[in-house]
Every structure is written in C-alpha cells, then in structure tokens.
Design a protein around this ligand. Structure first.
Ligand code: NAP
Length: 241
C-alpha cells in the first residue's frame, strides 16, 4: 500500500506520514523547501521498516505536481492514499491583506489541493482509494485576522463534499479533518498572549498534537471507514462547540 502526504517534512504532515507507515504504508513525503527536514521524515519511516522517498514539489505548481505523481508511480507503485496537507497561514485583518499573500494562500491551500486530488483520482480511478483533506476549525469558527485562511479552508470543506460525490462510484472516499489549535511551527507566528487566550477557550484545556490529527487521518484511511465519505471531522478539544 502506498500513501502520499503533502507537506510531510514537519508538523501534522510528518505525523500523518509516520502513522501511515506504522499502519503498513510505503510513503511519498512531499515538501516545498526544507530538504533536511524531509530527509528526517524519510529516515524515520525507513526506521519503521517501510519504504519512503522525498519529493520536492510546490503543490501550487501543476506541472511539478504532475511530475511528482509520475515519479511516485515509478518509485513506489500504485497510489492508495492521498493526504492533502500542505498549507500556509498568513493572518491579517481585512484592511491589511496584501495581494501577494492572498494569492499565495489561495494557490497553495486551494489550487494545491485540487492539483493533488486530480492527479490522485487519475491514479485511483480503477482500484479505488482514500483522499483526506486537512481543513481547519477556522472554516467553521470565525477568528479575527483569519479571513483569508478561513476562506481557503471553507473551500476545502466544499470541495471535499463535491469530490466525494463525484468519486464515490469509483470506490474513492474523500473526507476532511478540521483541527483546532495544534502544536506545530504554524503556531510560531501567533503572539504568546494570544496563544494563552486561545488556550483558555478550549474546553479540553490544552492544544492538540500532530499525533492527535494523524490518528484520525489514519482511521479515515482504514477499511473501518470505507462507507464514510464527504465528511468534515472537527478535531478541536471542543473549541467550536
Ligand atoms: P507547518 O508546521 O507550517 O508545516 C507545513 C508543511 O507544508 C511543511 O512540510 C512545508 O514544507 C509544507 N508546505 C508549505 N507550502 C508548501 C507547498 N507550496 N508545497 C508543498 N509543501 C508545502 O504546518 P502544520 O501546522 O503542520 O499544518 C499542516 C496543515 O494543517 C495545513 O493545511 C494547516 O492549514 C492545517 N492546520 C494546522 C493547524 C495548526 O494549529 N497547526 C490547525 C488547523 C489546520 P517545507 O518544510 O519544505 O516548507
């Protein structure tokens, strides 16, 4: 069994890649820039006894994505699972949003997910498969300064439902996971006092871990969830309740 996890050099993507390897998958480790971190993910997967290879490709670039899928087919074989995870956040209040940041967020968080889902569907169309999109609780909970990010994650939820309906007859499930605050480098840009404030608003009393997300992603990829498709599973310690 073969899985591709985008943005797997660190954070949630790395945790998903390791969990899927534990569950018996060989893993294609996509990343954008950090060669050393991607190599660490590959080594950790190999230490679990599975095959792994790093693929440097900007998911916003269709040609790079097409090339990556061709290489994965040659190197690891038929793809069974895609975890669409590579994403960026660049918080700004409406009047401060700049055009470059807006385009980058739309390109990576939306176009990148479509590029990879399209290529994965082409590979899975005969044998079936699983696609899991990493969304965010920000898609259902308004957080000041996250207008762009929320819009991209709302798009992820919408595409999940539509693609699930289109691909169900082909034996491909498409689901999304919407995490709340998860301890990764993505939180590094948020000031300490804001983080403390967010922490207090979580009924569970603490942030989640990348492993918490990976466990749900891996469950969605397991046969136990074969009949579940088009769903967005919120994973936020009760934050959005
Ligand atoms: P992170 O620690 O910032 O890691 C981001 C990963 O994405 C890195 O591996 C990075 O690669 C890769 N990446 C970024 N742009 C890329 C591109 N254009 N093409 C390919 N790879 C790219 O982020 P994270 O916290 O793990 O977040 C992962 C996903 O979870 C994102 O979709 C995010 O929106 C979502 N999420 C996160 C949280 C949270 O609290 N952390 C909450 C809800 C949802 P390089 O290392 O090479 O740059």
């Amino acid at each position: 069994m073969v899985a591709l996890v985008t943005g797997a050099s660190r954070g949630i993507g790395k945790a998903c890649a390791l969990k899927l390897a534990e569950d018996g998958y060989d893993v294609a480790v996509n990343y954008n820039s950090n060669d050393a971190k991607a190599a660490e993910t590959v080594a950790a997967i190999e230490a679990l006894g599975r095959k792994a290879k790093a693929y440097k490709a900007n998911t916003a670039d269709l040609k790079a994505v097409q090339g990556m899928f061709r290489e994965i087919q040659n190197d690891l074989g038929q793809l069974d699972v895609l975890v669409n995870n590579a994403g960026v956040v660049d918080d700004a209040y409406l009047l401060m949003i700049n055009e470059d940041s807006l385009s980058r967020s739309l390109d990576i968080n939306i176009k990148g997910y479509f590029h990879c889902a399209q290529q994965a569907a082409l590979k899975m169309i005969k044998k079936g498969g699983k696609i899991v999109n990493i969304s965010s609780v920000s898609s259902v909970l308004a957080v000041e300064g996250q207008g762009v990010y929320a819009a991209t994650k709302g798009a992820v939820n919408s595409m999940t439902a539509t693609l699930a309906k289109e691909l169900a007859p082909r034996g491909i499930t498409v689901n999304a996971v919407a995490p709340g605050f998860i301890e990764t480098e993505m939180l590094d840009n948020i000031p300490e006092d804001k983080l403390a404030e967010y922490n207090k608003s979580i009924p569970a009393g603490h942030f989640g871990t990348a492993k918490d997300v990976a466990n749900v992603v891996a469950a969605l990829c397991s046969p136990a969830f074969d009949y579940v498709t088009g769903q967005v599973i919120v994973l936020d310690g009760g934050l959005s309740l």
